[in-house]
Design a protein. Structure first.
Length: 188
């Protein structure tokens, strides 16, 4: 499946090469622009169906995702599981629950995101669920690009593909990357 997924990223032009600044602040030569992949509704249904299959074994009442990147993934995974989907969104730089979305005590969630490098947005979403008495059964992402520094979310963490993509701090770029203009392709 990971080869099929990689082929879909390449076919749709969603796997970009260049010099990218990630949300984490790290720099990379590759970038997964899931929005380009997921704009194709048939592909979104297929890929997110694969992700839903990976979390079916975990007990959950609902799906939650961080906006903006996780919304389509969360909606499609929720649809595939037959569960409701809510999302957290930015307000003054941090994720919050808005729009009347509710989390009941002991309600079980799967947190769904498109791509994880360090997992900061996923952790913020987990914190929102737990602060309201909810339970996080699992985290599911399309692309885990954390490499050897896999985040510990305190629950099972599954992905469709694991990529060991090199990342670099801004003050320690390799010469070839430093020569290229840096692009921030995220959803800001």
């Amino acid at each position: 499946m990971s080869e099929d997924l990689l082929a879909l990223f390449r076919k749709t032009g969603a796997l970009l090469d260049g010099h990218f600044v990630l949300r984490s602040g790290l720099h990379s030569r590759e970038y997964f622009q899931c929005a380009i992949l997921l704009q194709h509704t048939d592909i979104a249904a297929t890929v997110c169906g694969w992700l839903a299959d990976k979390v079916r074994r975990f007990d959950c009442d609902a799906v939650i995702s961080p906006a903006l990147g996780g919304i389509i993934v969360g909606q499609e995974v929720g649809r595939s599981l037959g569960k409701r989907h809510i999302f957290a969104e930015k307000d003054e730089g941090k994720l919050v629950l808005r729009r009347g979305f509710q989390i009941s005590p002991n309600e079980k969630f799967v947190v769904v995101e498109d791509v994880v490098t360090r997992g900061g947005r996923v952790q913020e979403t987990i914190d929102i669920v737990r602060a309201r008495g909810g339970i996080v059964s699992a985290v599911a992402v399309i692309v885990d690009r954390s490499g050897g520094s896999k985040p510990n979310f305190g629950c099972p963490f599954v992905s469709l593909i694991e990529m060991n993509v090199e990342t670099f701090p801004a003050d320690n770029l390799p010469p070839d990357l430093a020569k290229l203009p840096a692009v921030k392709p995220g959803s800001k």
